[in-house]
Design a protein around this ligand. Structure first.
Ligand code: SF4
Length: 692
């Protein structure tokens, strides 16, 4: 219920949903938030917003919120409310006891892309300096870790190349494995404006997303590929570019390396459109025409999402797109680029802040002695040079008995991660699970300590959006549970014997800037003055960098990488003949912990399985039937919707509700380079659910 009463004051802050990072005026009457008004000076949104940012803030005051710390000895015991001192003392003592029994590497933490840069920074610092290991990972592991890997290998920087404004200069827009209308609505509006002005559109997606045909917009090409064949398709497009002489030879000669070997590779017959038609199901003529359209554009821009990254070849595909863009000279100016549409509000920032087990802030490898020395001097603590455990490694080690304690900061891994049977078995095997969150979420069912977190309205800090824009998040109200999240983390570290203390999150950002070259010029004062800052921001770019790789790539020369297509291990079988792929809807967000608690009855109430009419008829399924969705790892029940948006043989659902639990069926398959789960490809069967 949204109260439209007259406000008496306002605070400018940033939406905490998606990676667009819209700026809002939070308008209050006294201490009560009455509405969120999109801020016309917001760098990412320029006065626009979507339904979530504007209306879905009621979760911050929802009665489900837990405002007292709670502890229990066993997960079958009832929770006992305690004061902060006891909760923090319990966490510190029990983590230390575990380390005493099993070694310092037996504990770790998972940080969240929902949290501020400053919160993420102190979590990874706590792990490295207080836990004494590198067992820190982030939820970006399960979404955009291949982006970080692939763009670093090819361009030298783990981030998108453009600002959102750039799309207004694109002549051909390629959308691969993303559904901006639902996932990134405000950016989608910018893109649609450009498409209505006449830019051409190529969509590469197994699903007929709205963008393919919407008012005044019609994609010139919809490459409706079979799930898991992205790399074959991008290689086929590159084949056309190379064999038909469409390469931007000057750009390649002056700016890149490795072209000859790559060109020889993509020119091979197995990468031809004809061979790729067999693999992907996309007609060769469509592949050729799409490649020619992109390559001949004055400005061709690629935008992509989790339909690229969440595959066993997610990293390969990111590099494949980078290869294609470089071959066509589509890097380094407005209207071009390779642009990840980041999911959560601070995916970019959580990666920037060093919350990977192998990288310190600024994407510098933990094994680099010089870099590690900078942090050791500043923090006064010796750091291990070996990378720590990734999230799936933590789960495996827990089941093996080698990993016993986990701090989960603002994530619901018992709903969001794949193969939930494995995740929950790992959580059950641990001696201490600490959950810091707003709600007793699915993961908290396995927790021994619950620490109440702060909603975005109570946070003070920064989020970094998909275009590297660092936005201020300003406190609209004090933390309801009495502590800022960065304070809680600092107090745990201090109780474990490593003193961490800041008076204000601006001091944390100052520390980040002092040790992270791409953030060297960033400060709260400068953000307040400029409105926002796109990193890199340093001596060479004192007001930030909207477009990257303008004169040279961050790594010097852009690097072509041979991207061989390797079929996924996840094969359809007689028992599981269909392929499941997953996505989001506009009105819900990820695990739905926030959007399901907004008090708005219009929110989509359940996850639905889209089934093609052909597959439905074969199984006797009609619209609205309750069906069982099963894979080799598990089964769940949900309602079917007959839809021809997917091709025959492919079914589709979302993962916003714990009851329907799509991740009960997703598997352990993951990206070869980063372990990002292959959420987008699961061999499944669908059948009418047994009558109750
Ligand atoms: Fe929030 Fe994203 Fe919607 Fe903007 S587009 S209001 S950041 S959910």
């Amino acid at each position: 219920v949204v109260d439209l009463g007259m406000p008496t004051r306002s605070v400018i802050t940033t939406c905490a949903y998606c990676g667009v990072g819209c700026s809002f005026k939070a308008e209050l009457r006294g201490d009560e938030l009455v509405r969120m008004v999109p801020h016309k000076d917001g760098g990412a949104n320029e006065g626009h917003s979507c339904v979530k940012g504007r209306f879905a803030f009621g979760y911050a005051t929802h009665p489900d919120r837990k405002l007292k710390p709670m502890v229990r000895d066993r997960i079958t015991d009832p929770w006992r409310e305690v004061e902060w001192d006891e909760a923090i003392g319990t966490v510190a003592r029990r983590f230390r006891e575990i380390q005493g029994r099993y070694g310092s590497g037996a504990i770790g933490a998972i940080s969240s892309s929902r949290c501020t840069n400053e919160e993420v920074y102190v979590v990874q610092k706590m792990v490295r300096a207080a836990f004494g290991n590198n067992n820190i990972d982030t939820c970006a592991r399960v979404c955009h870790s291949p982006t970080g890997y692939g763009l670093k290998q090819t361009f030298g920087e783990s981030a998108g190349t453009q600002d959102f404004r750039s799309v207004a200069e694109a002549d051909v827009i390629v959308v691969i494995g993303a559904n901006p209308t639902d996932g990134h609505p405000v950016f989608a509006s910018r893109m649609k404006r450009r498409l209505r002005e006449g830019a051409e559109l190529i969509v590469v997606d197994p699903r007929r997303i709205d963008l393919v045909r919407s008012p005044h917009i019609e994609a010139r090409h919809h490459l409706q590929l079979r799930p898991s064949t992205n790399v074959a398709v991008v290689n086929a497009m590159a084949h056309v570019v190379v064999t038909e002489g469409l390469t931007d030879e000057n750009f390649v000669a002056e700016r890149c390396e490795g072209y000859e070997e790559w060109a020889e590779f993509v020119a091979r017959p197995e990468n031809s459109p004809e061979a790729t038609e067999e693999v992907s199901g996309v007609p060769a003529s469509e592949l050729r025409a799409a490649a020619r359209l992109y390559a001949s554009a004055d400005n061709g821009a690629i935008y992509y999402g989790l339909g690229v990254t969440e595959h066993s070849q997610g990293s390969t595909m990111v590099m494949g797109m980078a290869n294609l863009a470089m071959a066509c000279g589509n890097i380094g100016r407005d209207g071009v680029g390779v642009n990840p549409l980041r999911g959560q509000n601070n995916v970019q920032g959580s990666c920037d802040m060093g919350s990977f087990p192998h990288e310190l802030p600024g994407y510098r490898h933990i094994s680099d002695d010089a870099v590690r020395g900078v942090f050791e001097n500043l923090w006064g603590s010796a750091l291990l040079p070996e990378p720590g455990l990734r999230i799936p490694n933590m789960f495996d080690a827990a089941i093996d008995g080698d990993f016993r304690g986990l701090f989960v900061h603002g994530e619901d891994i018992a709903q969001s991660d794949p193969n939930l049977q494995h995740v929950t078995a790992a959580l059950e095997a641990m001696e201490l699970v600490v959950v810091q969150d707003l709600f007793l979420n699915e993961t908290a069912k396995y927790a021994h300590v619950f620490l109440p977190g702060a909603s975005f309205l109570e946070k003070d800090g920064t989020f970094t959006n998909a275009e590297r824009r660092v936005n201020r998040v300003r406190s609209v109200m004090p933390p309801k549970a009495g502590k800022h999240e960065w304070q809680i983390v600092c107090e745990i570290a201090t109780a474990m014997g490593y003193a961490m203390d800041y008076d204000h999150p601006s001091q944390i950002m100052d520390e980040i800037a002092s040790v992270t070259p791409t953030f060297a010029g960033v400060s709260f004062d400068l953000i307040d003055k400029l409105g926002s800052i796109q990193w890199p921001c340093n001596e060479e770019a004192p007001e930030g960098t909207p477009t990257m790789h303008v004169d040279a790539f961050t790594r010097g020369k852009g690097k072509f990488v041979v991207t061989s297509y390797v079929p996924t291990n996840e094969r359809s079988t007689r028992r599981f003949p269909l392929v499941l792929t997953t996505g989001r809807i506009l009105s819900q967000y990820n695990v739905g912990a926030q959007t399901r608690r907004t008090g708005n009855v219009a929110w989509h109430p359940e996850d639905i399985l889209e089934v093609h009419p052909h597959d439905a008829e074969e199984r006797g399924i009609t619209d609205g039937d309750l069906v069982t969705l099963s894979s080799r790892v598990g089964a769940t029940t949900l309602h079917a919707q007959i839809s021809d948006r997917m091709p025959p043989g492919v079914v589709y659902t979302t993962f916003h509700h714990p009851v329907t639990g799509a991740n009960v069926v997703t598997t352990e398959n993951s990206d070869w380079a980063t372990n990002c789960p292959e959420y987008k490809v699961t061999a499944v069967q669908v059948g009418l659910a047994p009558k109750a």
